[in-house]
Design a protein around this ligand. Structure first.
Ligand SMILES: [Zn+2]
Ligand SMILES: [Zn+2]
Length: 219
């Protein structure tokens, strides 16, 4: 069994961290949040010699899901898994989001092959992930937790020194903070995270110093 490894490919004008998660020995893995620039994602997959089994989506915003259908096609029809079905409306309006934000590029509405629920189990090879439903940034946002690697992909729920915006349709700041304090921080201070924009970090550092989370207790 190899190590869980992550390669970030920044995509779209939003500089979203499209994330290739894979096993460094078998080279089998998944793509999390292919927002766009699918040619660059495919080039990274080829360069790293990866065999991609599925596309996982944290939520339905254009910068995370806008390239999902094109990547699915480019990879021979792999399944699109997630997010929670509460984001169905966002996924059906990706092309509308492209117009609303006026972003250049090609984006398509996405139809997942499988919706995710709190507690679902996912994985590839010997790497197992638990799904947590973390609403607030969007109603159907999910995160992917690998307890063995002490790793969580948090999407746009939490950032280094900040939290997800909640001014978009379906956003709810109180729900977002509750998701972070009740589901993410209890995972443990030592958990490493990758987020949708900017650098990742450790949950303990966010618990101690993130201005949005001051006063949160440790796990
Ligand atoms: Zn988002
Ligand atoms: Zn985003």
């Amino acid at each position: 069994m190899g190590q869980l490894t992550a390669e970030i490919v920044p995509v779209t004008p939003f500089q979203q961290n499209c994330c290739l998660l894979f096993d460094d020995e078998t080279r089998v893995g998944v793509v999390v949040d292919p927002g766009g620039d699918v040619d660059r994602i495919v080039a990274a997959i080829d360069r790293l010699g990866l065999s991609i089994e599925a596309i996982w989506l944290t939520h339905g915003h254009i910068d995370h899901a806008g390239g999902a259908m094109a990547l699915k096609q480019a990879l021979g029809g792999v399944a699109i898994i997630g997010p929670h079905q509460a984001d169905r409306m966002l996924l059906e309006r990706i092309e509308e989001q492209a117009k609303m934000f006026g972003v250049p590029g090609t984006y398509a509405n996405a139809t997942p092959d499988r919706w995710l629920e709190e507690g679902d189990e996912l994985g590839f090879g010997s790497h197992r992930f638990t799904v947590l439903h973390c609403p607030g940034h969007s109603p159907g946002h999910v995160v992917f937790v690998d307890p063995d690697a002490r790793f969580v992909h948090v999407g746009d729920v939490l950032f280094a020194g900040s939290v997800g915006r909640t001014d978009l349709p379906g956003g709810d700041h109180a729900a977002l903070i509750a998701s972070i304090k009740m589901k993410l921080l209890p995972l443990g201070d030592d958990y490493g995270f990758i987020c949708g924009h900017g650098p990742g970090g450790r949950l303990g550092e966010e618990r101690r110093s993130n201005p949005f989370l001051v006063g949160a207790s440790s796990a």
